[in-house]
Design a protein around this ligand. Structure first.
Ligand code: KG4
Length: 333
C-alpha cells in the first residue's frame, strides 16, 4: 500500500510517499531552520505560516518525485501530536483535505511513534518487541515497543528534553540554532574531561531522566567565565556536555535492557544523530550482546517517511480518523 504522509509538528514541513511501512519512494523536507536561527529558537507563529506557504507545493513535488499517480495512494497519514499546535494544525488540515479529495482513509500518527518507526525504514528485518530510546528536541523517553501499535513508556525526562539541553547550551557557547549538530562538531576538537558536569537523578523511577540541571550547569559555567574574564574552553565544554548527556541516556537505557530482558535496542529522534551518543551505544550494546538499531542521520531528524512507516501499521490496526480529527500539542504515546 502506498501512503502519502505529512509532518509539520515543529520547524520542518515534510511530505513523503512510502510503501507498506518499509520502503521510501520519496521524502520531501523543507527545513525552516534558517527562518528561526536569528531568534535562537523556533517562533511558533513563523513556523505555522511557513508550513502553510509550502505544504501544497511540497505534496505535489512528493507525488511527482515518487513517480506515481495520485489514484495509486491508499491512505494519507499525518503527524497529529505532540507539537506546536498551530504548526500541527496546518499538517492535519492539509491531510484531511488530501484524504477527502483522494477518497482514502486518514491515519493519525503520534509524532514519537513516527520517530520510532524510522527504524523500520532503515532496518527491514526489525520487528517488535524491542526497547527504544526516543530522543528529540521536545521529547525524551524510553519505550517498551511491545508491538507496532502497542507501546509502554518506561521512563521519560522529568523536565527538559535532551535536545533542549543541547540547543540552550549551544546558545551560551555562541553556536547557531539548532545547536545539537554544532555542539557535536565542536566537541570533536575538545577533551570530554575538561569540565565536571552533573548527571542528575530524577525521582524514584530508575528509568526517568533529567536534563535541566545539566543545562543550567553549562549556562552558569559560561556566564561565570564571561563575568570573571576567564577563558572558556568551548570545545572542552561541548565535549564534556556530550559525554554527560550520553552517560545519562546510556546508563538508563542499558539498565532497562538488562533488567527487562530485551535483546534488541533501537534509538530514534534528532538527538540520535549525535556522534558521541551513537558511539557510546555501539560500545555498550556490543559489550552486552544487544542487537542495536540506530537510523542513518537523515532518518533521525523530523521527516515524513517515518510518519508513513508508522501510519501503515496504525492503518493495519484500524486506527483511522474522520474529518473531525483534531491536532494536539501534547499527547501520551
Ligand atoms: O527529532 P528532531 O528533528 O525534532 C523533534 O522532533 O524535536 O530533533 C531536533 C533536535 C534538536 O534539539 C537538535 O539540536 C538535535 O535534535 N540534534 C542533535 C544533533 N543533531 C540534531 N543533538 C545532538 N547532536 C546532534 N548531532
Amino acid at each position: 500500500m502506498l501512503i502519502l504522509s505529512v509532518e509539520s509538528t515543529c520547524d520542518e514541513t515534510a511530505v513523503a510517499v512510502t510503501e507498506n511501512g518499509r520502503r521510501v519512494l520519496t521524502d520531501q523536507i523543507f527545513s525552516q531552520a534558517d527562518l528561526h536561527a536569528v531568534y535562537g529558537g523556533v517562533v511558533p507563529e513563523i513556523a505555522s505560516r511557513s508550513h502553510v506557504e509550502v505544504i501544497s507545493r511540497l505534496a505535489d513535488r512528493a507525488v511527482e518525485a515518487a513517480g506515481i499517480r495520485k489514484s495509486e495512494l491508499g491512505a494519507v497519514a499525518v503527524s497529529y501530536a505532540p507539537g506546536l499546535i498551530g504548526a500541527v494544525l496546518v499538517g492535519v488540515n492539509f491531510a484531511k483535505c488530501a484524504a477527502m479529495g483522494l477518497g482514502v482513509p486518514l491515519v493519525p500518527v503520534h509524532h514519537i511513534r513516527g520517530h520510532i518507526a524510522a527504524n523500520y525504514l532503515a532496518f527491514p528485518e526489525l520487528e517488535p518487541p524491542f526497547l527504544c530510546l526516543a530522543i528529540s528536541g521536545g521529547n525524551t523517553m524510553l519505550v517498551d515497543v511491545r508491538d507496532y501499535t502497542d507501546m509502554r513508556v518506561l521512563g521519560r525526562t522529568r523536565d527538559d528534553a535532551a535536545g533542549e539541553c543541547f540547543d540552550k547550551s549551544a546558545r551560551v557557547l555562541g553556536l547557531p540554532y539548532p545547536g545539537g549538530a554544532p555542539i557535536d562538531a565542536l566537541a570533536k576538537t575538545g577533551r570530554d574531561d575538561a569540565y565536571v558536569l552533573p548527571r542528575p537523578v530524577a525521582g524514584d523511577n530508575p528509568y526517568d531522566m533529567s536534563f535541566s540541571g545539566l543545562k543550567t550547569a553549562v549556562i552558569n559555567l559560561a556566564h561565570h567565565a564571561e563575568q570573571t574574564g576567564q577563558a572558556l574552553d568551548r570545545a572542552g565544554l561541548a565535549a564534556s556536555l556530550c559525554r554527560a548527556v550520553s552517560d545519562i541516556l546510556v546508563t538508563r537505557t542499558m539498565a532497562a535492557a538488562a533488567e527487562l530482558g530485551y535483546e534488541r535496542l533501537a534509538v530514534a529522534g534528532g538527538v540520535a544523530a549525535n556522534s558521541r551518543i551513537r558511539a557510546d551505544f555501539r560500545a555498550a550494546a556490543a559489550a552486552s550482546g544487544l542487537a542495536l538499531y540506530i537510523p542513518p542521520l537523515k532518518l533521525c531528524g523530523d521527516n515524513a517517511a517515518m510518519i508513513g512507516a508508522q501510519g501503515y501499521y496504525e492503518y493495519l490496526a484500524g486506527h483511522t480518523a474522520g474529518s473531525d480529527l483534531n491536532a494536539y500539542a501534547t499527547m501520551e504515546l
